[in-house]
Design a binder for this molecule. Sequence first.
Ligand code: SF4
Ligand code: SF4
Length: 289
Amino acid sequence: MKQLVIISGKGGTGKTTITAAIASMAENAIIADCDVDAPNLHLVLEPEIIETSDFYGMDIAHIDTEKCTGCNVCIENCNFDAIHTDHSINSCKCEGCGVCEYVCPENAIKMINNPSGSVFDSMTRYGPMVHAELMIGEEASGKLVTAVKEHAVSLANEKEAELIICDGPPGTGCPVIAAITGADLALIVTEPSLSGIHDLERIIQVTDHFRIPAIVCINKYNINEGNTKQIESSCEENGIMVAGKLPYDTVPNKAMIGKKTIIEYEDNEFSEKLRNIWRTVRSELCEGQ
Ligand code: SF4
Ligand code: SF4
């Protein structure tokens, strides 16, 4: 079983639109939405939830008022100002570091599980999908991405799926690292804007660092052909294949409005280019065997 992760560095490059299109072309695959801070793959794939599991992010401190003598040692040692003078915890400020539990002379503080989201095992018209929801204001999205991937791997083993397709988060931080961990190939979707070029360089450093093979797709390449050439040269210098270029077009928006992937929306030049990109991705995945 192979793992493909679609990432972008910069948000808004068309990563999720391309992921949805790939999901509609792949066979025997598990789809995983690892963009847990702002998931939107479900808008197109309309998954039907089969099973929901609670997700526990960071632990938070809890003070047993029966045991507390009011010595204030915990307040003095909390670097996050998360303990009120009445010795209750401000759950929005508690970072779960556990220092208060360690320093309390009365053993009055315990770290407790904090439910902070849900993981969903679902079914779409293109096969099983794992996705998640993080409660408002909650953190630990990297840990939630790992939970989504673990569900996807277990589902892939159960269904004997050949591929896991992960829609990765934008950026280069912890959730991205969690999403690319274990991937056989990263498809990086970029665009020829200045921030697109900058963030492409950064995400390539990340995939390089973690030795994840990467290929690039340039979306909206004709909005700035000079910048597109720059991206192509930079990819060539770094030994990274450009799997394909997609023009600026209204097709993705029209497909999205109709809650369809670009492939199921209609056969046209744009969808043919996407089919070619998928052929290249599939062949790169097979080559890595
Ligand atoms: S350190 Fe323990 S005993 Fe002292 S105020 Fe905090 S909870 Fe109470
Ligand atoms: S766990 Fe850390 S952040 Fe939370 S209240 Fe205790 S010392 Fe403060």
